[in-house]
Design a protein around this ligand. Structure first.
Ligand SMILES: [Zn+2]
Length: 379
């Protein structure tokens, strides 16, 4: 009897593991361009929000985004970050505690930043923000070549340079960026989004984030990608214009988009309990009040970034308040760790992953697992 019990136990564990491995974790990488750690961790900046050079209606903005109380203030701007991620996930990059997240590249602009995040390599070669091919291999294409992820990788971005950073032309996963049309075949939602895109008269390099999100969301619902890159861009657009009011409104919208996506994955049987979000930005901006709208090699603060993570494999650490230094280039191999794949490529080195404190080392046995007899008959 004891012997059979042991055999059954071993068999059961093997089946549980087989089931888990056949459904590796889903990973969503979400970025919002050039959004400062200062606003993430401290909410609206009073000096900027009350300056009519940057805000058209200062009293209305103060009403909506300001509070003397730090927690209340940051919750006004990013409620999902501070109500949910701060409790169930990890927030890194509050420099008030010496907890630094930096870019490792020298340039502190977008192309080198996304290259660093997605390839794990801070290239010393300067590539300007233009539609030129990136020859560095990235984590998305790497995972797309792994067993559990093949054909299950997709990228959507507001910025129309992303297909070049991700080298879509030489990859096997799709990237939808800028005002690129969506596949309309039997898809009324995509037809609707396309007609809205067609109606946008002045098309800049950055599509409205809401259109990028709607496109990604429909794809997620229809195709259930296991790895998704969602690159939002309007925070940077309005910062460059020096419009702090719009910059904050767009940041709040990013928080809302992430909240909605998180709710979706927690209530969808395909994604529920098996999906991790990694959220970050490609560069910081000036830390001085007069320089907040700018960024680049010469602007102090441009290399200062942040990260937020939530999902299985991420501990409920909350805001990290210990001294530390992490780099954007560590994200790619961290995604590899979460996917249980060792990210390495032939053409460039890859930075070490971020040390993660795991929630628990014991793999919970899924409650919805079928009885052993039924599993044995499955393929
Ligand atoms: Zn940028």
């Amino acid at each position: 009897m004891k012997y059979y019990a042991v055999v059954l136990f071993v068999l059961f564990n093997t089946l549980v593991n087989a089931q888990i491995n056949s459904n590796p974790p889903n990973i969503f990488i979400i970025t919002t361009d050039g959004f400062r750690w200062q606003e993430v961790f401290k909410g609206a900046d009073y000096k900027i929000i009350s300056d009519t050079n940057y805000v058209r209606d200062t009293s209305l903005m103060i009403e909506q985004f300001w509070s003397e109380d730090l927690l209340e203030r940051k919750k006004k701007l990013m409620p999902f970050f501070w109500n949910v991620i701060a409790k169930k996930g990890t927030l890194v990059g509050n420099r008030e505690y010496g907890n630094d997240v930096n870019v490792a590249n020298l340039f502190k602009i977008s192309y080198p930043g996304y290259n660093e995040i997605l390839t794990g390599f801070a290239d010393r070669k300067f590539i300007p923000n233009l539609t030129v091919r990136n020859k560095n291999s990235n984590i998305l294409e790497f995972l797309n070549n792994c067993n559990g992820y093949a054909g299950k990788v997709a990228a959507f971005s507001s910025w129309n340079v992303m297909p070049y950073i991700l080298d879509e032309k030489h990859s096997n996963f799709s990237v939808n960026s800028g005002y690129e049309m969506l596949d309309e075949q039997n898809d009324s939602t995509n037809m609707l989004i396309n007609s809205v895109q067609n109606g946008v008269e002045i098309k800049s390099h950055t599509r409205y984030d809401l259109l990028t999100y709607a496109s990604a969301k429909n794809y997620i619902e229809q195709k259930h990608p296991k790895v998704l890159f969602l690159g939002l861009g309007e925070t940077d657009e309005f910062a460059h214009k020096g419009q702090y009011d719009q910059y904050l409104q767009k940041a709040k919208q990013v928080d809302q988009i992430i909240a909605e996506l998180w709710y979706y994955v927690q209530t969808d049987p395909f994604y529920k309990g098996n999906t991790t979000f990694i959220i970050t930005t490609d560069h910081g901006r000036g830390s001085k009040t007069s320089k907040w709208s700018q960024h680049g090699f010469w602007v102090k603060g441009s290399g200062e970034t942040w990260m937020a993570m939530i999902g299985p494999g991420i501990a409920a650490e909350g805001e990290r308040k210990t001294k530390g230094e992490l780099y954007l280039k560590q994200i790619a191999s961290t995604i590899g760790i979460l996917a249980d794949e060792d990210f390495h490529v032939g053409d460039h080195p890859v930075a070490a992953p971020i040390p993660l404190t795991k929630e628990s080392t014991v793999t919970p046995i899924p409650t919805n697992i079928k009885p052993i007899t039924i599993n044995l008959n499955n393929k």
